[in-house]
Ligand binder design. Structure first.
Ligand code: SPV
Ligand code: MG
Length: 289
């Protein structure tokens, strides 16, 4: 299913960020048919920085909640794989066991730093990272999607380096290439796509170049757009406002119209299904108690 969206579809696909079961359910309700389990957003929701402060098994646990609550294909941000080829393939195996549909691995060094933080983004050796990709491919053959992400442009290493790495990662068995940019215009992404000539599908993350219309990506025959952190950032803004108002006003009266109702919450998680199941499975004496 994710393979069809990311690798085989002629249509531009969209993956919406999720960082827990709630954000996953909301994204599904909005109409998205695939999710991005964002490292930045998951770290933030756990109170960590996006610098491998959270462990790989915490990531796996969160992904299970995202998969479970949405029943959608989930592409997981695996960072650099939490170590060498062995850590990367263990992570991929565990993610597949928990129902993820694929993993994106980036050619950063452990511990990673978020692409938009600071200027120090050392790249992994090409051959070493290719080994990580090959190991993952061997460990989770079949339908599990492997997206190779290069941080060459993020680290300021230039277009030639980005293309060189993308070809090496394609040779290593990647199913798609994620090219990332921190520029506020899509120019270097579109230049990459022209030079790459669609050897493999291209995945992009237009967080900084959000003003570019998606028609430009359709025209460039980009495969997949990831909206990488927007539910998390929307939640920060909404929670900050609610907490600030309640603290200042010592009442919740004025914010009631602006927050989700409890009925909305109960509907989102299908509390009526539980009530129906109780009627069917609980002994009538249990219900009365
Ligand atoms: C993430 O969502 O964690 C990503 C995208 O990797 S970015 O934060 O832009 O690096
Ligand atoms: Mg990330």
């Amino acid at each position: 299913m994710l393979r069809a969206q990311v690798c085989c579809s002629r249509e531009l696909s969209f993956l919406m960020e999720a960082h827990d079961g709630l954000s996953a359910a909301i994204a599904k309700r909005a109409g998205f048919n695939g999710l991005w389990a964002s490292g930045l957003s998951i770290a933030s929701s756990l109170g960590y920085r996006d610098a491998n402060e959270g462990s790989w098994n915490q990531l796996v646990d969160v992904v299970e909640r995202i998969v479970d609550s949405s029943q959608l294909p989930v592409l997981v941000d695996g960072d650099g794989g939490f170590g060498n080829f062995n850590n990367a393939r263990l992570l991929a195996r565990k993610l597949r066991q928990r129902g993820a549909a694929g993993i994106a691995l980036e050619d950063s060094c452990f511990p990673k730093t978020n692409s938009f933080v600071g200027d120090l983004h050392p790249l992994a050796d090409i051959d070493e990272f290719s080994g990580r990709l090959r190991a993952v491919k061997d460990a989770v053959a079949g339908d599990f999607v492997l997206v190779a992400r290069t941080e060459a442009l993020i680290g300021g290493h230039g277009m030639d380096e980005a293309i060189l790495r993308a070809h090496a990662y394609a040779d290593a068995g990647a199913d798609a290439i994620l090219i990332h940019s921190r520029r506020s215009a899509a120019d270097e992404i579109l230049a990459f796509v022209r030079a790459w000539q669609n050897r493999l599908p291209v995945v992009i993350v237009p967080t900084k170049y959000y003003r570019t219309p998606v028609s430009a990506y359709r025209k460039a025959r980009i495969s997949t757009v990831i909206w990488a952190n927007h539910s998390m950032r929307a939640a920060i803004a909404a929670m900050r406002q609610a907490c600030g108002r309640i603290f200042a006003e010592e009442t919740t009266a004025s914010i009631e119209p602006n927050i989700a109702t409890l009925d909305e919450l109960f509907e989102l998680f299908r509390y009526n299904e539980l009530a129906n199941a109780e009627a069917r499975y609980l002994h009538s004496d249990d219900i009365r108690q």
